[in-house]
Design a protein around this ligand. Structure first.
Ligand code: NAP
Length: 535
């Protein structure tokens, strides 16, 4: 992790200088009129236009939120947020650490006594206000997501709808936190089960879904009566801050929702060490998840982890080819391959292998790469230079070990962190690209003979988040779904996420479930009350 953080810091500095130069050159009207420079200039002007609009609507917040007050880092430090498509600096945000986090925890702790005592209806209606505001501002929030994260605008606006749906769903669930009455073993006793909020929750989220990952945690937490300290990724804090601004406007009281960002290790340590924080909910890499779990042991916090995946996507000979291509394309190339449920290994049965790889490569070739703000683009840039380097090294490893490049396989001519949509055939499960998440627009295709072999390859990993199968046999779809060691299985479907279904992984992909009625459990304590002398 230290290496990752270091690489990020280096990249951030690099991209800052690089972007400053490219932005200022382009605005000065640098004498070069190459298509790339013109495109870069257009992208920079577009960024400025959107930033101005967001500023005037009050949605471009750059300070942390502590106890309802927008707060600078106590030492005045800031950190730049870049547009990965152009390198432009979108804004500088407060770079916080231990002291700010401790204050945010205290605010959440103080607010808990009031928020947890509101009626479920009251909490519900404030959450619904928030949901309405998120939807009212979905265009601006979408633009913000595209600017800081890079995903195409249509997908970004889709993320706002998806994120908001968790707030709506949990606004409704707030009213259904039922307890139980247990038939007593003794005639003079009455036994009750009461569900109560766990207390202050720390929510640490990644950059690939800057809004939805927050909504999926904060929605149920607030619905249950918990208060939260959110730590968004330093790469995409602006969407989190805009959502927090809308939360304030929706009547969620000061201190109930706090946001700190900056030094991940210092903030993470303050959150895990605090006895006032009763739960950590984290979405991100498995390596960091393990650290947080270990850190939470000292104070015996509840822990929910949504970690990395290594999704198999199994295409059987009896699949409908068109359905399989559409589904595999959707699950592989969403967000340019940067989701935890993206197909990481496409396993194709030998009878359909040639047909599939040909049709799949043709479909991939048609994907348009570019700035997410441009019309028709479905593949934005990767989040940063470190992400491109990782993809390059995985592709290099696979090709050096005998895999065949069927399409792409290099950086895109647009430069920055754009990478060509890529298909690699004859991949073996031992290769790096099949063992770890590639987290980029690269589809590794593996060949298999039998159903048993496919299941064995699919389960041969420490991850267990999502898996996909394509088959026209109902019997096989049940058999294989039951045999897969995964928390989510898509059958003839590549897009499986919804607020009404439980999302989470087996094995090292995590603990707990988010979304659906099960998503409430992690934010509740179960209290058993035994009343004696009732005869
Ligand atoms: P990451 O490096 O683990 O970062 C996730 C969050 O943890 C960020 O806010 C990061 O802050 C923070 N963080 C990093 N080191 C920390 C530490 N020592 N203590 C406390 N917080 C720390 O993951 P990522 O690269 O952003 O996200 C990609 C990963 O997330 C992939 O593995 C993907 O599969 C996984 N993911 C899983 C799900 C799921 O539902 N299972 C969903 C989406 C993504 P900074 O960014 O500020 O450093």
């Amino acid at each position: 992790m230290i290496t990752t953080m270091f690489a990020r810091t280096i990249h951030r500095r690099f991209s800052f200088h690089h972007s400053s130069i490219s932005l200022s050159n382009s605005l000065r009207g640098n004498n070069s009129h190459s298509p790339t420079n013109l495109l870069r200039r257009e992208m920079s002007m577009e960024t400025e236009r959107i930033v101005d609009r967001l500023k005037s609507s009050g949605l471009l917040q750059t300070k942390g939120l502590i106890g309802g007050k927008w707060t600078d880092a106590y030492d005045g430090k800031t950190i730049e947020v870049n547009n990965p498509a152009s390198g432009d600096v979108i804004a500088s945000v407060a770079c916080m650490g231990e002291r700010e986090t401790k204050d945010a925890i205290s605010s959440a702790y103080d607010a808990f006594s009031h928020w947890s005592k509101l009626t479920a209806n009251d909490r519900s209606s404030r959450l619904r206000n928030w949901y309405n505001l998120l939807l009212q501002h979905k265009e601006e929030l979408g633009q913000l997501i595209t600017l800081e994260q890079g995903k195409p605008l249509k997908e970004a606006i889709g993320e706002v709808g998806y994120g908001a749906s968790f707030i709506e769903f949990f606004a409704e669930e707030a009213k259904r936190i039922y307890g139980d009455i247990i038939p007593s073993t003794l005639s003079d006793r009455r036994l009750f089960v009461l569900k109560q909020p766990v207390g202050v929750v720390a929510a640490i989220t990644p950059w690939n879904f800057p809004l939805a990952m927050i909504a999926r945690k904060v929605g149920p937490a607030l619905a249950c009566g918990c208060t939260v300290v959110i730590k968004p990724s330093e790469l995409t804090p602006l969407t989190a801050l805009a959502a927090a601004e809308l939360a304030l406007q929706s009547g969620i009281p000061p201190g109930v929702l706090n946001v700190v960002m900056g030094d991940a290790i210092k903030i993470g340590t303050a959150l895990t060490e605090s006895p006032q924080v009763r739960k950590i909910t984290f979405t991100g890499s498995t390596a960091v998840g393990k650290k947080l779990m270990a850190g939470a042991a000292d104070t015996v916090k509840k822990v929910s982890l949504e970690l990395g995946g290594n999704a198999p996507c199994i295409v059987f000979d009896d699949a409908d080819l068109e359905v399989a291509i559409k589904g595999s394309l959707a699950t592989k190339f969403r967000n340019s391959g940067q989701t935890c449920v993206c197909a990481n290994r496409i396993l194709v049965q030998e009878g359909i292998y040639e047909k599939f790889t040909k049709a799949f490569s043709d479909a991939v070739q048609n994907l348009k790469v570019g700035n997410g703000l441009s019309e028709g683009v479905s593949q934005g840039p990767l989040i940063n230079e470190a992400a491109v380097k990782k993809v390059e090294s995985f592709v290099e490893d696979a090709v050096s070990k005998g895999a065949k490049l069927l399409l792409g396989g290099k950086r895109h001519s647009l430069g920055m962190s754009f990478y060509e949509p890529t298909v690699i055939g004859d991949v073996k499960n031992e290769m790096l690209i099949a063992q770890q998440e590639v987290f980029g627009p690269v589809a590794p295709v593996l060949r298999f003979k039998t159903e048993e072999e496919a299941i064995q390859i699919a389960n041969d990993t420490n991850a267990g988040l999502a898996a996909y199968i394509f088959t026209n046999s109902i019997k096989r779809s049940w058999r294989v779904s039951e045999a897969l060691e995964y928390g989510i299985v898509g059958v003839n479907e590549g897009l499986v996420s919804t607020e009404v279904a439980p999302f989470g992984g087996f094995k090292q992909s995590g603990l707990g479930r988010e979304g659906s009625k099960y998503g409430m459990d992690d934010y509740l304590e179960i209290k058993y009350i035994c009343m004696g002398n009732m005869g």
